[in-house]
Design a protein around this ligand. Structure first.
Ligand SMILES: Cc1cc2nc3c(=O)[nH]c(=O)nc-3n(C[C@H](O)[C@H](O)[C@H](O)COP(=O)(O)OP(=O)(O)OC[C@H]3O[C@@H](n4cnc5c(N)ncnc54)[C@H](O)[C@@H]3O)c2cc1C
Length: 532
């Protein structure tokens, strides 16, 4: 994936939108997206292009704090640094950045170079009542890095950019594990393991622009569609800096010694401490692959097949069911497609793929190309290509003044049909003309799928954020009411708080708040996220 997604010199990361500045959809391509949208929604308002502002020319709020002289070398207050640390990369973030709305900009962007810098920064923030916002790749889509949201409650907001604490430090090849710094971006992490023939093989869609610490803090979901789906499964031990001190957990392949300290910090979203390092479990690079793209005349038949495969004990690495909208261009008859993939470093997997395929054929599937042994070709390759371009297209829709959003959840197999219907109905009802909604499974478990919905909708002039919020509220409400989780892997941040607060048991929230009080007595670490 890293090789496929990186150009030799992609230039700068975008301050306002997804990925590399140089890869943003612009010019004729942007006009082309506008034409496609207009054709798909003939009753919608015409898409009209917003240009990208220059952050140097925008009004940023005055800087309210001065770092102590010992930290001044780590701290920046220039417009570009502050602009690029104001938001994450959700649709709402992109729209606000494009509108030049940087009222939520942090006062200071701090870039620690050593763990001790981080200790000193947290001391400064705790002692001076400054909100301290851990910032990895900044790819949060849930308001997880937006310290400006609590600006008025603090003397200042410090965005702590962790990407200076980067690199693979140590590899234990015998145990197949590596100690890696929290601020390491996905490609650098894989580069550091390549010579040892090892891989973490954790590929969220945001892989290129997100970090190990961010993955751990958000319990990100990666490459494997079954079995080891979240980063949790690969974390052997953690090291964190908290305002109350440093915590390091013991490297263990498994342990029954009480509640797991790792599990306390996995998903803590920068509210309990900053992950500076982790030992992660590695794998050998896969050499054997087998894939199949199975067509189904109805999505429901695909659902039954995916369930049968994942309940059979086969655990394919890829088991992604795409509805006809998601699979557009992959099947000439416009059917749903189930992408199956198996991989192994040590043995041929064609037999496993053949068994899974047989299971799908029993459920009415058709696989014209049969089993292929290179995932770069065929339907899987086509889908993967569009998968990595999708975020740039989402930004194009934002620039054209329309709405594009994704919702992800998981629910039991017995609850899935009702949840999908509830989301469709809820989202269709909020805008006129109604949005286009597509659905795919990103992950599947023996007891249920993780459905992922993509919504694209025309928006009324000047009402892009209100229309987005209406869609977001309707979908989130439908997901929660139908028994799903408010997030399967995108995390809680600030945006999912209202629904998270209803999902988690009250006594659990109180317990978590007590832990936070102990580790972060001044309450400065990412306030407003998860608790408090
Ligand atoms: C286009 C796109 C595709 C995405 N695809 C996926 C996907 O496939 N799977 C998935 O799970 N998510 C996905 N996401 C969401 C996002 O990429 C993940 O949440 C990712 O794990 C965030 O990593 P990051 O380094 O960018 O963290 P950030 O966005 O910088 O931070 C996320 C949260 O973690 C905290 N944090 C960051 N680093 C640390 C640290 N070292 N210690 C403590 N707290 C920290 C922050 O304070 C914040 O609360 C996607 C986002 C986008 C925009």
């Amino acid at each position: 994936v890293s090789d496929a997604t990186r150009s030799p010199d992609p230039g700068a990361r975008s301050w306002w939108g997804w990925g590399w500045e140089s890869e943003a959809v612009s010019g004729d391509a942007l006009a082309g997206v506008g034409a496609l949208l207009a054709a798909r929604f003939p009753r919608g308002p015409s898409p009209s292009e917003v240009s990208v502002p220059d952050p140097e020319q925008l009004d940023l709020p005055a800087v309210r704090v001065a770092p102590p002289s010992s930290l001044i070398g780590l701290c920046a207050t220039d417009a570009r640094s502050r602009a690029s640390h104001t938001y994450g990369k959700s649709f709402r973030d992109v729209v606000r950045a494009l509108a030049g709305d940087l009222a939520a900009a942090p006062d200071v962007v701090a870039r620690p170079e050593r763990e001790q810098d981080l200790v000193d920064l947290l001391d400064w923030c705790s002692g001076s009542r400054l909100a301290a916002i851990p910032f990895g790749g900044g790819s949060s889509v849930v308001g997880g890095v937006e310290g400006g949201a609590v600006r008025d409650r603090f003397e200042g907001v410090v965005s702590i950019d962790l990407t200076g604490l980067s690199g693979v430090v140590e590899i234990d090849s015998l145990s197949r594990a590596a100690r890696i710094r929290g601020g390491t971006y996905g490609p650098a992490l894989e580069d550091g393991l390549r010579a040892a023939g090892l891989t973490l093989r954790h590929y969220p869609q945001s892989f290129e622009h997100s970090t190990l610490g961010g993955w751990i803090a958000t319990r990100s979901g990666g490459h494997f569609a079954t079995n080891h789906t979240h980063i949790d499964d690969f974390v052997e031990s953690l090291r964190l800096v908290t305002p109350a001190g440093t915590i390091e957990t013991r490297r263990l392949p498994g342990s029954g010694a009480g509640p797991s300290p790792d599990r306390l910090f996995l998903g803590s979203e920068g509210t309990l401490g900053v992950v500076t390092e982790a030992w992660v479990r590695l794998q050998q690079r896969p050499r054997h692959r087998a894939t199949a793209a199975v067509r189904f005349t109805t999505f429901d038949a695909g659902v039954r097949a995916a369930r049968a495969v994942v309940q059979s004990g086969l655990f394919p690495s890829n088991c992604r069911l795409l509805d006809p909208n998601e699979a557009a261009g992959m099947d000439e008859k416009g059917r749903s497609v189930l992408l199956l993939g198996f991989e192994s470093p040590s043995f041929a997997v064609d037999g496993l793929a053949a068994t899974a395929l047989e299971c799908c054929l029993d459920h009415g599937g058709e696989a014209p190309a049969g089993i292929e042994t290179s995932s770069a070709r065929g339907a899987a390759g086509t889908w993967r290509g569009s998968f990595f371009k999708a975020p740039y297209l989402r930004d194009a829709v934002a620039r054209l003044g329309w709405v594009a959003e994704t919702f992800e959840t998981s629910v039991t197999w017995s609850g899935f049909d009702a949840l999908r219907a509830a989301v469709d109905v809820a989202v269709a009802g909020v805008l006129d003309p109604g949005p286009a909604v597509s659905c795919r499974f990103t992950h599947v478990y023996p007891d249920g799928p993780a459905p992922y919905f993509t919504v694209v909708a025309p928006s009324r002039a000047g009402r892009q954020l209100e229309d987005w919020q209406a869609v977001k509220d309707a979908a989130s409400e439908a997901i929660l009411s139908a028994g799903g989780t408010i997030t399967h892997h995108h995390a809680i941040g600030r945006d999912h708080r209202p629904w998270f607060d209803r999902q988690r048991p009250d006594l659990f929230a109180v317990s978590l708040a007590a832990v936070k009080d102990r580790l972060d007595p001044a309450g400065v670490l990412n306030p407003g996220v998860l608790v408090g």
